[in-house]
Write a protein that binds this ligand. Structure first.
Ligand code: NAD
Length: 295
């Protein structure tokens, strides 16, 4: 039987519709949500990401301010720009495009963003709140992966969930969100022995390893729900032998789809929801600022 295909584009459009309603109501009360995105230097992937953010923000009537800084800016200069945005009442949320030029430390700059404006949810305060099960601005990719899972009617409570990957922005927050939903969670990583033995126990398998095609049929038990966070551009061959660039995930889709009960495709799964979650966090930040500007 074919698995249920989780369509991230449809879910993202639903999410944007909800955001539009929230923004309409905020605007009627005089609050204009605004996302400031800082880009330092010219990275083609970051530029493409910024364009898609601008497009989606505009489709939700959220202001989008791209703050473009020179690649040779000193750390003190970058920190001063962040402080200016932190104290600017017209800015609801701030995000930092990566990668940064080599002389700048992403951790240092991200931690300088005020927690109430940290819409990527990567600062210590928001990650700490998530750990404590409190309402926080949740890292967007982890939130997007959870939204894919929650779009299914299947219960999460009491299920065996396995997360492959332990990064601060995806794997760890994802594991915490699964715990919040009362799953029994195992986290696997690059030093895990017998990966397939552990992943085969999963009723829910969330993969964020950053390794194209890492997970195959040998890693998955029949009926498993598989959420693939990975996204990679790889060279592949057309039927005539000519090379072509393809977007693939961490999961060997055809193999795993033959076994899973539900699966996210790549592209078109988790990816489209990530920007929607960033906008959702921007609206949440704008609402909180309205309720208590000191929060
Ligand atoms: P990362 O490189 O920071 O972390 C990868 C994690 O996977 C590490 O914790 C590592 O221990 C683990 N890992 C690596 N090799 C492994 C192996 N062989 N077995 C088990 N675990 C292994 O990556 P990240 O930033 O967490 O991103 C993960 C993936 O998600 C990447 O493919 C990235 O492109 C993708 N991503 C997608 C979106 C999106 O919007 N869909 C956003 C961010 C990241």
């Amino acid at each position: 039987m074919s698995p249920y295909l989780i369509n991230g584009s449809i879910l993202a459009e639903r999410q944007r519709e909800q955001i539009r309603n929230e923004v309409r109501s905020l605007r009627s009360e005089g609050v204009l949500p605004c996302l400031a995105a800082i880009r330092i230097g010219e990275d083609p992937a970051a530029s493409a990401y910024a364009r898609s953010q601008a497009r989606e923000a505009s489709s939700c009537q959220i202001e989008y301010r791209l703050v473009e800084l020179q690649p040779d800016i000193l750390v003190t200069g970058a920190l001063a720009v962040i402080e200016e945005l932190n104290t600017d009442p017209s800015i609801s949320g701030i995000m930092l495009h990566l990668p940064l030029p080599a002389h700048l430390d992403a951790f240092l700059l991200q931690q300088a963003i005020a927690p109430r404006k940290d819409v990527e949810g990567v600062g210590a305060t928001n990650l700490g709140l998530l750990l404590m099960g409190r309402k926080a601005l949740v890292p967007c990719t982890a939130a997007a992966a959870m939204a894919c899972l929650k779009s299914l009617a299947n219960p999460i409570e009491g299920r065996q969930a396995v997360v492959v990957g332990r990064s601060v922005i995806v794997g760890k927050p994802l594991a915490l969100l699964l715990l919040e939903s009362h799953a029994t969670v195992t986290i696997c990583h690059s030093r895990t022995r017998n990966l397939s033995e552990l992943t085969r126990r999963a009723e829910i398998l969330m993969v964020a390893a950053g390794r194209p095609g890492l997970i195959g049929a040998e890693h998955v038990s029949p009926g498993c729900i598989v959420i693939d966070v990975g996204i990679h551009r790889v060279e592949s061959k057309q039927s005539d032998g000519k090379p072509i660039m393809k977007t693939v995930g961490d999961v060997r889709f055809d193999e795993v789809a033959a076994i899973a009960s539900a699966i996210t495709p790549v592209p078109g799964g988790v990816g489209p929801l990530t920007v929607a979650m960033l906008l959702e966090n921007t609206v949440r930040a704008a609402k909180r600022e309205k309720q208590d500007p000191r929060a």
